[in-house]
Design a protein around this ligand. Structure first.
Ligand code: FAD
Length: 392
């Protein structure tokens, strides 16, 4: 048996033994995601156990080095793990801004002390992170940010306002951009800093949306003490790191529309809802739309996999993340447009147990945000034009 075959067998056995049966079933719409953190309320004992077991093995961050709590898997082993999880429809054990965003930035730019402090708790799902980038006047023009960090020797005093901070009211720590040199040119005087949300002077205020949810906050910083040893990379040189982190964020957001192994495909939902006659889905118009989405989705999944392979072999995701973000989010919006058509009048039910509390129209509304968060579609098209097509 080759090494990789042996790894597959071991992985299969371990998953069979440790993945709770309920974590192999499709989650109810809008449920099933696990965010971890100090105050997280798990849906079930199984969900908590699944996160903790995978975290202890490092398989919540399978390709991170073992010295920081990760799984230490190489490219092929990581792929095998994903395939074996898909084989039993295992749910993602942990969704985390730590794993998707600040973790990769720390691995690349963080001091050894920062890596040791922050990465293992991220892997184990103990600390939930939020992102303090956007400000009322600085979204697309992120480098124009105004929240400032005043140098006080061994620490900064931070003042200012962040906005659209997803889950700031639920997060334990924030990674945050501050202007630490007001004299320097726009991009030059910015630092990426980390602080505990319990630090005096940090106030998140939830923003209520049209969907009825409050997934994000305004976050006010009033004389917040930020230790200098919590600066990622060098002081005033945070812009490069901020952009690197954004490439990971964009890659993650772009892949959000792809259904997880534990959820039904668009085709399966359509067939179940509309019925099948002689092996073909009823409603020829929608059949064509669903088929087109499935084909585009499969092409996108292959492209995303190719890019992931390229990144792992060292070429860096860079501007390609803009392409994945743009196409992936447009695809996700199309998916929900089609799901609404499939649902018919059921798709406009807003409240009540039958409609799972209006999950479908609320999530359809939420997908509109996909092409804004992490940088709008227009900004991604600018990046593609300039850095991929060489038009700028
Ligand atoms: C669901 C969601 C979650 C978010 N979570 C977070 C978070 O956790 N942390 C965080 O820091 N931020 C978060 N954001 C904020 C997000 O990053 C910003 O909304 C986004 O970068 C756009 O900035 P803005 O809202 O200021 O819009 P603006 O920058 O004011 O843009 C307004 C419009 O002008 C267009 N535009 C602007 N500049 C250009 C240009 N140069 N060329 C072409 N068109 C342009 C834009 O495309 C857009 O259509 C989130 C946003 C959403 C929707």
């Amino acid at each position: 048996m080759s090494d990789i075959q042996a790894f597959r067998q071991e992985t299969r056995d371990w998953l069979e033994q440790h993945c709770p049966l309920s974590m192999r079933e499709p989650a109810a719409p809008g449920e099933g995601q696990c965010w971890g953190g100090r105050n997280y309320k798990f849906d079930s004992v199984d969900q908590q156990q699944w996160m903790e077991l995978m975290g202890a093995k490092g398989w919540t961050a399978p390709d991170w080095p073992t010295e920081y709590g990760g799984g230490g898997l190489d490219k092929l082993q990581h792929k095998v793990l994903k395939e074996e999880m898909a084989r039993i429809n295992a749910r993602s054990p942990l969704d985390s801004f730590g794993i998707w965003m600040i973790g990769p930035a720390l691995l690349e730019f963080g001091s050894e002390a920062l890596k040791q402090q922050h990465l293992p708790p991220i892997v184990r799902g103990e600390i939930r992170w939020c992102q303090g980038y956007s400000e009322p006047g600085s979204g697309s023009d992120l480098a124009g940010l105004q929240a400032k960090g005043e140098d006080r020797g061994d620490h900064f005093i931070a003042n200012g306002q962040k906005v659209w901070t997803s889950y700031a009211d639920k997060a334990d720590w924030m990674f945050c951009l501050l202007r630490t040199d007001p004299e320097a040119k726009k991009q030059m005087g910015i630092s990426l800093v980390l602080f505990d949300m319990q630090t005096p002077g940090v106030t998140p205020k939830p923003i209520l949306l049209i969907s009825g949810n409050s997934p994000f906050c305004e976050t006010f910083l009033d004389d917040v003490r930020v230790e200098k040893d919590q600066v990622v990379g060098e002081v005033n040189k945070g812009w490069t790191i901020a952009k690197y982190l954004l490439t990971h964020e964009r890659e993650m957001i772009g892949s959000m529309g792809m259904t997880s192994p534990a959820s039904e495909t668009l085709g399966q939902i359509a067939a179940r809802t509309l019925g099948v006659e002689q092996g073909r889905m009823n409603n020829p118009m929608l059949r064509a739309e669903v088929a087109k989405w499935e084909i585009d989705g499969a092409c996108f999944a292959m492209t995303a996999e190719r890019v992931t392979d390229e990144v792992k072999s060292g070429s860096g995701v860079g501007a390609t993340s803009a392409m994945l973000k743009y196409y992936g989010t447009e695809l996700n919006k199309r998916r929900f447009e089609t799901l609404l058509k499939i649902a018919g009048s059921d798709g406009v039910v807003w409240d009540g147990a039958e409609s799972k509390g209006g999950w479908l129209p609320r999530t359809w509304l939420r997908t509109k945000g996909n092409s804004i968060e992490g940088g709008t579609s227009e900004i991604q098209l600018n990046v593609i034009a300039k850095n991929i097509l060489g038009l700028g």
